[in-house]
Design a protein around this ligand. Structure first.
Ligand code: PPE
Length: 308
């Protein structure tokens, strides 16, 4: 997806022009993939633009870096303030996607990451429906990938590690080439893990189920947790349960969740139609409620919004 240019990017404490936000070709992360990122969305609300669960995302960024033994030279508050500054200075009042990136910079070569300098950048731009407007409205077609999600002892799955996304890219490309919208990855033990950039939920025998992130070797999704809370508040408890591919073939409803994707219905899995092939009633309710919550239209969830 082509990125619409905005005006400024925050780099190591300074706002630089979009076009000048570049790095040397001998940047350590470019060679070895050590580093971490986040994906955050801001939305227009009746009281001005607000970032959704900003602190939770920046907390996860610091956790990702802790796993990688990267010392981030900014505090949680500084990172949150910087993200809001980027939204403000670029006048992104209609909402945007925010991409913080921690990477190892220029000056050291060789696999040892410990001596490399640590750089931090935060960019923001307007980003539409990640899986397309049609996907949001009608649902997406999913394929179970031939690529297995990382074993947690090979790549820490709780960290949004830059290099870890090669696994997601392989699965995504395979799914697209085969004519599907998105891939579902199984873990090393054959359990359902997650999608290339989303977690997933199903409704099976009337029960809302999602894989437990740690056991599934999946990212602990902030949208997954938000939707679980919304479902509970609607009177639908969520069970964190191991799922197998059969569960996906036989479920009545299915949807995926992620910051970029938001809440997107799943229309079919490996060409087995989910339900009657249209988004199910609970999927629709949760999708609509999430849409209102992030836009500040549901006062009960104000604590999740950080006005810029
Ligand atoms: N699993 C993976 C592998 C993942 O990358 C994401 C976010 C999620 C689950 C959902 O997590 P959360 O956003 O906290 O609900 N993927 C980000 C990157 C997308 C991209 O293409 O880049 C995102 O949604 O921002």
């Amino acid at each position: 997806m082509a990125i619409p240019e905005t005006s400024k990017i925050w780099m190591d404490g300074k706002l630089v022009d979009w076009r000048d936000a570049t790095t040397h070709v001998l940047t350590h992360t470019l060679h070895y993939g050590t580093g971490a990122f986040e994906g955050i969305r801001a939305y227009p609300t009746p009281d001005g633009p607000a970032v959704f669960r900003l602190r939770d995302h920046m907390t996860r960024l610091l956790a990702s870096c802790k796993i990688l033994m990267i010392d981030v030279p900014y505090t949680l508050d500084e990172l949150c303030d910087a993200a809001k500054e980027v939204v403000r200075v670029n006048e992104l009042t209609e909402g945007c996607y925010i991409r913080p990136l921690v990477y190892l910079g220029y000056g050291e070569m060789g696999v040892n990451p410990l001596p490399a300098p640590v750089n931090v950048a935060i960019a923001a731009w307007p980003w539409g429906a990640y899986l397309g407007d049609e996907g949001v409205a009608q649902g997406v077609r999913m394929k179970i990938s031939s690529w297995v999600r990382h074993h947690p002892n090979a790549m820490p799955t709780a960290s949004k590690t830059i290099g870890g996304y090669v696994n997601s890219s392989l699965a995504k490309a395979e799914a697209i080439k085969a004519g599907y919208d998105e891939a579902i990855m199984l873990g090393h033990d054959g359990r359902i893990s997650e999608c290339t950039g989303e977690n997933l939920f199903i409704v099976r025998d009337g029960q809302l189920l999602t894989p437990p992130p740690s056991e599934a070797g999946a990212l602990r999704g902030i949208t997954q947790a938000s939707v679980a809370r919304l479902a509970a508040d609607l009177g639908h408890g969520v069970a964190y349960e191991t799922l197998r591919r059969d569960d996906l073939y036989l479920c009545e409803e299915a949807f995926l969740t992620g910051t970029a994707a938001e809440v997107v219905p799943i229309r079919s899995v490996d060409d087995r139609v989910v339900g009657d092939g249209t988004p199910g009633p609970l999927t629709r309710r949760l999708q609509a409620l999430y849409h209102r919550v992030v836009r500040g239209e549901e006062p009960a969830y104000e604590e999740w919004l950080d006005r810029v």
